[in-house]
Ligand binder design. Structure first.
Ligand code: ADP
Ligand code: ADP
Length: 228
């Protein structure tokens, strides 16, 4: 079944079109990559899913439910969100950053305490990092912690907006490999935005090409390469 369904969705920013008539489904377990030039509507499409953007027409369903009918706070807590700027809370340790959503969800403290080293290990980070503050981390460590935080409450759905955008090319490569491994291990549904076609083809189980607010093409990476 579709984890995300966009049904004839349009987004208008003032007079301007962000998205026009997009119909698209993302199935459970897909690593679906939205690719296209700047201004194509990729972030708009992603942010519809956690209601940071509202449609001006059409319906967005997550796990079968029209999200306009449900509480947006609950929705956001059920979806991992990782963005380019990482956005770690500077006055909280790495461990406290990772604990944010589990704590909001009311997880018992022992479960949260056990979850932190588990996530650090999943992201191949040293357990000692839990006590450190974000400003003491390297760029690559911060990106991994951002990903750990997005995964903390074990959401079945993960939204990623240029998650490796701030990394240098070598680190990007390592983080892509990491994401593919995590996707393979966890089977989570991932919707990821990039402007980098190479990154899209390398990561995706399905690629969706956007331009001018419309879906230009969608398919498995190999199908798209053959069609091009
Ligand atoms: P992408 O992520 O592919 O770069 P966006 O979804 O950010 O594209 O933007 C799609 C279009 O909507 C662009 O023309 C952009 O300028 C416009 N847009 C995006 N966000 C806003 C906003 N908050 N207010 C006005 N226009 C916006
Ligand atoms: P950009 O994509 O232009 O770099 P940001 O990703 O920094 O912009 O932020 C875009 C919007 O997403 C902002 O309105 C911000 O409040 C919201 N946002 C950023 N991070 C989170 C988060 N972890 N949870 C919920 N909303 C967020």
């Amino acid at each position: 079944a579709a984890v995300i369904a966009f049904e004839d969705v349009s987004v208008a920013y003032g007079g301007r079109d962000g998205l026009r008539d997009v119909t698209l489904e993302v199935a459970a377990g897909e690593l679906c990559v939205l690719v296209g030039p700047s201004g194509a509507g990729k972030s708009t499409l992603l942010r519809l899913v956690n209601r940071l953007v509202a449609p001006s027409a059409g319906v967005v369903r997550v796990r079968g439910e029209d999200i306009a009918r449900n509480d947006p706070i609950r929705l956001r807590r059920s979806i991992g969100y990782a963005i380019q700027s990482v956005g770690l809370f500077p006055h909280r340790t790495v461990g406290e950053n990772i604990a944010t959503v589990p704590r909001l969800l009311g997880w018992p403290e022992p479960r949260i305490a056990a979850r932190i080293p588990e996530l650090l290990a999943l992201l191949r980070l040293d357990a000692d990092l839990a006590a450190r503050y974000p400003h003491t981390l390297s760029g690559g460590q911060a990106q991994r912690v951002g990903l750990a935080r997005a995964l903390a409450a074990d959401p079945d759905l993960l939204l990623m907006d240029e998650p490796f955008g701030a990394a240098d090319p070598i680190l990007r490569r390592a983080l892509r490999a990491e994401l593919r491994r995590i996707h393979a291990v966890t089977g989570k549904t991932i919707l990821l935005v990039t402007h980098d076609a190479e990154e899209a083809l390398e990561l995706a189980t399905r690629v969706v090409v956007l331009r001018d607010g419309r879906v230009l093409a969608a398919g498995a990476p190999l199908e798209l390469i053959r069609a091009a």
